[in-house]
Write a protein of this length. Structure first.
Length: 578
């Protein structure tokens, strides 16, 4: 109950814009509840008038009952409309906040969890949370209405009421036990479900690769295993649920027979009229639902609490750590930065960078070369504070990045990667993502510089062409050029190119190289390049081996002083000649 109140309070915060509607809704509900209590009492009165042969009174009460029923339907209709709006708006507010908070989660946590964890929470869990007001409304209204029926039974015969209350208590205890088991099983069903949804999302994202690999069979087998796991968990759940429902049904049947005996006994002892006995019997059928409503309310509350735990654990940082930034703000950086004795590991004990130190001056162009896995991309990740370092210090313009706010770091660095993510939006909107007030001229200039303008003009809808999820309708090279255009739009002081031109043909690569060379001396540029030919004009080249800088200098200096670099360069020449 304590959890429920805490969760309700947390959910309540998301109804800020809906408070007037909630108030109106509550007033309408109070009217419904009052009607719910009055109606059974009036109906009992109807029967009393009928058995007393007071026809005039009966007609009068019948008309009143009819009027009240009409009023109830109208009030109910308006209340439902309000409820739908309150539900939708609360859902939206929580979902947006959760989406925002998911984007704040540390990359380390994102790497460790499947997307299913977040998809489930963003969709079905948010639904269960936002639904709580509707659930409370429906159940509380019905429960109170049933209390009205109990009052009506009390007015007719106290013994019958005591009998019915004993039955309700017993059924309630059975229901309580069922709910305890429900809670335990519900949690494990959700965990299994997360794993299945995670795999389904990978299956869809990786569909093209699965086809190319001809791996449909094994992927479907994996899917089958995960869904079977979920189903088995659900069947166990159902078995327990049905067993307890059976006990409950049997108990009700016993009491059903019991009440018939009690009513006959009361009639024979002239304590009850036959008509009243029929009313009580009829009410008993209705009032048993009070246990259903209580049970279902408890079930929904359990569901709500579990979903709240999963949603608010993300929002309130109880399960996944969030990125931490400092408070210092640099509007525009010059572009100097330094790594001082930086050590870093993605996973404990798997050191990727060891006591790495180097300095890059503003407007310098520095290239990183070395074997795959030597830690080049990791340097870029750390500079953007995508991961936190273990030891050492990284500074931008002399300020430790731990002290800087998010905008000072990521707003001043653009990273163009080997496989940039392009969104399923138009080309224009993809570019606008990084600059909302992008003008037509700025957009065209950036695309011309990135050698993609002419290609865009050949598309039917030009800049308004939608490019598909991940930019699937574009070739690898076109995606890279669009990402480069996006970086030209961003125009940050520091530009990181991580194999950014690897998918381009030689001619386009030369064009891009010229565009990048135009940027040289104006921006701080770091380049990781597969082909050394693209970086030989850099001011400096750092040769990285196993997380350490092995040599440093210009292309010519390295050819002279670094054997590994020379070998790498020569092997490339051979490749080019071939
Ligand atoms: P490079 O860019 O030089 O090819 P990386 O910096 O990408 O090398 O990778 C360095 C090492 O870190 C590799 O051994 C790689 O397996 C590991 N690594 C890279 N990214 C991650 C990650 N997100 N989680 C765990 N290990 C990673």
């Amino acid at each position: 109950m304590k959890n429920f109140l805490r969760n309700l309070k947390l959910t309540w915060k998301y109804t800020k814009t809906q408070r007037i509607k909630i108030l109106s809704f509550l007033i309408l509900n109070i009217i419904t509840i009052i009607i719910g209590i009055i109606l059974p009492i009036l109906s009992a009165n109807q029967i009393i008038q009928l058995t007393n042969n007071s026809l005039e009174q009966l007609v009068y009460i019948t008309l009143v009952v009819f009027g009240i029923e009409v009023l109830r339907n109208i009030v109910d209709y308006i209340a439902r409309m309000f409820m739908q709006i309150i539900y939708r708006e609360t859902f939206k507010e929580i979902q947006i906040d959760l989406g925002r908070e998911i984007l704040k989660i540390e990359n380390k946590c994102l790497d460790e969890n499947s997307s299913g964890v977040f998809i489930q929470r963003l969709t079905s869990d948010v639904g269960s949370v936002a639904e709580i007001f509707n659930v409370l409304n429906n159940h509380v209204t019905r429960i109170i209405t049933n209390i009205g029926i109990l009052i009506a039974i009390f007015l007719i015969n106290k013994f019958a009421l005591i009998f019915i209350i004993i039955m309700l208590l017993l059924v309630f205890l059975l229901e309580k036990r069922r709910l305890q088991l429900y809670d335990i099983n519900d949690k494990s069903v959700r965990n299994k479900n997360e794993s299945a949804v995670g795999f389904i999302s990978e299956l869809i994202r990786g569909a093209r690769d699965i086809k190319m690999l001809n791996a449909e069979k094994s992927c479907i087998n994996e899917l089958k295993n995960r869904i079977t796991d979920v189903n088995e968990e659900k069947y166990n759940f159902l078995k327990i649920d049905k067993k307890w429902q059976f006990f409950r049904g049997m108990t009700i049947d016993v009491f059903d027979t019991g009440i018939v005996f009690l009513l006959i006994y009361l009639i024979l002892n002239q304590n009850l009229e036959v008509a009243m006995a029929l009313v009580i019997y009829n009410y008993m059928g209705k009032v048993i639902h009070i246990v259903d409503y209580l049970g279902s309310l408890a079930e929904h509350i359990e569901d709500f609490n579990n979903s709240c735990e999963r949603v608010f654990n993300i929002i309130n940082e109880e399960e996944f750590s969030k990125e931490i930034f400092g408070k210092k703000h640099l509007e525009k950086v010059n572009g100097n930065f330094e790594f001082k004795d930086v050590s870093f590991a993605y996973k404990e004990d798997e050191i990727v960078l060891k006591d790495l130190s180097f300095k890059v001056n503003a407007k310098e162009t520095v290239a990183f070369v070395g074997k795959t896995g030597s830690g080049k991309s990791t340097i870029f990740n750390l500079l953007c504070k995508m991961y936190d370092i273990k030891d050492g210090k990284i500074t931008i313009d002399g300020v430790d990045i731990k002290e800087l706010d998010k905008d000072s770091i990521r707003g001043n660095i653009t990273i163009i990667s080997q496989s940039p993510y392009i969104f399923n939006l138009s080309i224009r909107d993809n570019l606008k993502l990084v600059k909302q007030d992008l003008t037509e001229n700025e957009m065209i200039d950036a695309c011309k510089l990135a050698c993609i303008h002419d290609f865009i003009l050949t598309l039917k809808d030009g800049y308004d062409t939608i490019v598909g999820e991940g930019g699937i309708s574009l070739s690898g090279g076109q995606r890279q050029r669009l990402a480069i255009a996006r970086a030209f739009v961003q125009k940050t002081e520091i530009i990181l190119l991580d194999e950014a031109t690897s998918a381009l043909d030689n001619e386009t690569q030369n064009n891009i190289k010229k565009a990048i060379e135009n940027l040289q001396d104006k921006y701080t540029i770091l380049i990781i390049a597969h082909r050394l030919s693209t970086i030989i004009n850099s001011d400096r080249i750092l040769y990285l081996n196993d997380g350490k800088i092995e040599a440093e200098g210009t292309h010519k200096e390295l050819l002279k002083n670094c054997k590994a670099y020379k070998t790498l360069y020569e092997s490339e020449d051979i490749k080019i000649e071939n």
